[in-house]
Design a protein around this ligand. Structure first.
Ligand SMILES: Cc1ncc(COP(=O)(O)O)c(C=O)c1O
Length: 490
């Protein structure tokens, strides 16, 4: 490590000539203090003696003497040919006491928006969840072509020019936006100019930018009920007036929504989240007509269109619209993996300037190295190939999940197998409270989200939302058996 620890040493007494006759003792003592209170943590490599001597303007032999004293007292390890490292936990107890404790003091208050997010984190928190079986919303992570991605990423870094390391275009790389536009033409019959496409880190980021651009306190926002809790929380944090829209077997029932002048409707028509209902073509047209009459925008969150439209594709609302009334949200976080953090939105022309200004002055842009790698991934046709594999594996896993679950649970939990996305909802008997059951199952090592948490008014339904596609066959079976055992003991 060649980092400069001068600041750390000074704040731990180095240079305090009054109390020290020997510089090496002063140095030894300040490093020791920094170790004890964990400013210099376990396994950290200390700067080479030559480098530290230069930084502190002292002789190298002084540094070596201090280091050797620390080695003698086992605060530091000397590894021949490698260097000096902070030793592990000899003084664990002592160090623990020094670990930064929250200070009780008077501080500025948290904003109303900050508090709104804090309040709602309970609804979405999955901190305690261990493993992936059956966490909803994950694609088959185990078949992501890591090697291909790595090669493309390496290519990028091998050929990178220093100019590419500078600030990049806020809206995203031109070539990627062009490729996304072609991709959407094929898969969603979407015709748009690439200048309407804005690259983001995902659907939630897109939603955050556009809600900041559009929503003021008390503005009406129509949201499907049940819905994606993160979307609800975002609008709630802006103090929007939320108008829930009922869902029936054809999708959103827009004509019954009680609102006056809604600014936008948030909908997931390909695969209603989380019910899995696909919005009928009539309802799509009805929604567009309603939006035109009310002068409202529609946010079409097509988060998993690759899965839900594979067998029975249906036109996106965006492609049916001729008034630039639809904002289309797409993401690669579902098809590839959530940690890739890459998505996009297509916005009406009148919003481009505002969203660009907001984006530029808040989160800037998505890392060009990731954008370029995805671009190459698309151009080499790896994306289409991967999509086919993902569909194949997901179908296999869904069949296995349904078959195993139904034979193990018989009719105790009834699965709704119509969901074309990445999860399935199991209907519970009325007397079983889904939140309590989900908590219990989590303790037994099985993840299943309570259906009721997705509802935004009192009309809650009991059920378990379970994702199967990221789970391999062996684990699907094992987890269903584990779940059955836990359920029987519940
Ligand atoms: C309805 C819905 N939209 C979008 C997303 C994806 O968001 P992101 O692209 O930010 O990961 C999810 C993820 O679970 C979702 O459930």
């Amino acid at each position: 490590m060649h980092f400069n620890i001068k600041n750390i040493l000074t704040s731990h007494g180095f240079g305090n000539k009054i109390n020290y006759q020997n510089i090496y003792i002063n140095l030894y003592d300040s490093i020791k203090r920094a170790i004890i209170n964990r400013t210099l943590d376990e396994n950290v490599k200390l700067p080479p003696s030559r480098v530290l001597a230069q930084d502190l303007e002292i002789s190298r032999s002084t540094v070596i003497k201090a280091y050797e004293l620390l080695v003698l007292e086992k605060y530091v390890l000397s590894i021949p040919g490698s260097g000096y490292y902070i030793a592990s936990t000899k003084h664990k107890k002592m160090r623990h006491n020094f670990k930064a404790q929250p200070v009780k003091g008077k501080y500025p208050s948290i904003s109303k928006r900050g508090n709104a997010f804090r309040k709602n984190i309970q609804l979405i928190s999955s901190k305690s969840e261990k493993g992936i079986a059956f966490r909803p919303g994950l694609p088959p992570l185990d078949i992501f072509p890591v090697q291909q991605w790595k090669h493309l990423m390496n290519d990028y870094w091998r050929n990178v020019r220093s100019s590419q390391l500078s600030y990049s275009n806020t809206l995203g790389l031109e070539s990627l936006r062009e490729n996304i536009s072609n991709y959407l033409k094929i898969y969603r019959n979407i015709d748009c100019n690439s200048d309407q496409i804005i690259i983001t880190t995902g659907s939630l980021h897109s939603l955050s930018l556009l809600s900041d651009a559009l929503i003021d306190k008390k503005d009406e926002v129509v949201i499907e009920n049940p819905t994606y809790p993160h979307a609800f929380n975002l609008f709630d944090s802006l103090k929007a007036k939320i108008c829930p829209a009922h869902i029936d077997e054809e999708g959103i029932v827009i004509n019954k929504v009680k609102c006056k002048t809604p600014k936008l409707v948030y909908t997931t028509p390909s695969n209603q989240y989380p019910t899995g209902i696909k919005m009928s073509i009539n309802r799509r047209l009805e929604l567009l007509k309603w939006a035109s009459k009310k002068n409202t925008l529609i946010v079409e969150d097509d988060y998993d269109h690759e899965f839900s439209n594979w067998e029975n594709p249906i036109s996106s609302i965006f492609s049916l619209d001729n008034q630039e009334r639809v904002i289309y949200l797409g993401t690669f976080n579902k098809l590839l993996h959530p940690s890739i953090r890459l998505g996009y939105m297509i916005v009406p022309h009148y919003l481009i300037d505002t969203i660009t200004a907001l984006y530029e002055q808040s989160s800037r842009f998505v890392s060009p190295s990731v954008q370029e790698t995805l671009n190459a991934f698309i151009e080499k046709d790896y994306l289409n190939k991967h999509l086919r594999s993902v569909i194949e594996v997901s179908v296999e896993r869904k069949e296995l999940f349904l078959e195993t679950f139904n034979s193990v649970f018989e009719n105790e939990i009834i699965l709704d197998s119509n969901n074309t996305g990445l999860h399935i909802i199991g209907k519970l008997k009325d007397e079983i409270e889904d939140k309590a059951l989900a908590n219990y199952l989590a303790k037994k090592g099985v993840i299943a989200h309570p259906f009721s948490k997705y509802f935004i008014d009192g009309s809650k339904k009991n059920g378990l939302v379970m994702g199967y596609s990221s789970v391999n066959s062996k684990l699907i079976k094992e987890t269903i058996f584990k779940m059955k055992k836990a359920y029987s003991e519940y």
